[in-house]
Design a protein around this ligand. Sequence first.
Ligand SMILES: NC(=O)c1ccc[n+]([C@@H]2O[C@H](COP(=O)([O-])OP(=O)(O)OC[C@H]3O[C@@H](n4cnc5c(N)ncnc54)[C@H](O)[C@@H]3O)[C@@H](O)[C@H]2O)c1
Length: 265
Amino acid sequence: MDLGLAGKSVIVTGGASNIGRAIALGFAREGANLVIADLDVAQGEAVVQEARRLSNGAAELVPTDVTDAGQVQRLVETAVKRFGGVDVLVNNVGWDQLMFFTQTTPEFWEKIVRINYFSVLHCTRAVLEPMIKAQRGAIVSLSSDAGRQGEPREAVYGGIKAGISAFMKTIAKENGRYGIRCNAVCPGVTVPEEDVEVGDNSMWKQKDSMFTPEQFDRIAKALPLRKLGRPRDVANAVVFLASDTVAGHITGQVLSVSGGYSMVG
Ligand SMILES: NC(=O)c1ccc[n+]([C@@H]2O[C@H](COP(=O)([O-])OP(=O)(O)OC[C@H]3O[C@@H](n4cnc5c(N)ncnc54)[C@H](O)[C@@H]3O)[C@@H](O)[C@H]2O)c1
């Protein structure tokens, strides 16, 4: 099915590793013109090369720290100059370290807020200008089922992810009149299969630092679908929501892609 994304200008933050990488390659398969914004230059360039192999569209890495408003402004200006605007923004950058709240410090809270929330604020603010001018656009932000369910050892992260979902709803209400759609996707535990999917800066670089193999097994068995998420599962939902052809009347929604972990009526 043609999703109408060929030739669209798409920014994917954190597009070098795991879920972001799968999202970037998903848009490449649709023939979009891709801008990957990531801190990890080596892994980002590898994904750009792979995207070019898959696609007739263009692909570029713009090394960016998305917690820095000035760098984000330059990222958006680059995309506008290169591809004539920004049709799609995917706010994918996120970070966490599993700890009980009583083990965390204000420095840790600040880091979580900066990476997970300020990144979304900076990028969303910067793309709204060209999107409003063009009277169209789609923004998809990566939230988390930890923000819907409440997850032990993810208190601060879960709070921020719930905030991202609420933020996207407000942005959807404020900007629908300009033809801009905004949605959030909530992955559950989503694990890379091969080393090539993650760079040095990924939370999954040391797989056992998140969960032990026994914990992975327990998590999978507890899910209605009895299997862990893979990056491609989440990427498919993001690409769907970004497409005006198939999701043109969907805005302000929060979609879990988590094997049934979270079921919201
Ligand atoms: N993987 C999961 O189990 C899971 C579950 C729920 C939600 N999520 C969310 O999905 C998103 C992607 O997760 P993932 O597992 O693919 O993460 P990951 O750690 O594998 O990849 C994150 C990418 O973002 C980049 N990055 C980090 N900080 C950056 C910054 N300041 N500026 C630019 N780039 C930066 C990293 O270099 C890396 O390429 C995140 O928002 C995460 O919170 C993931």
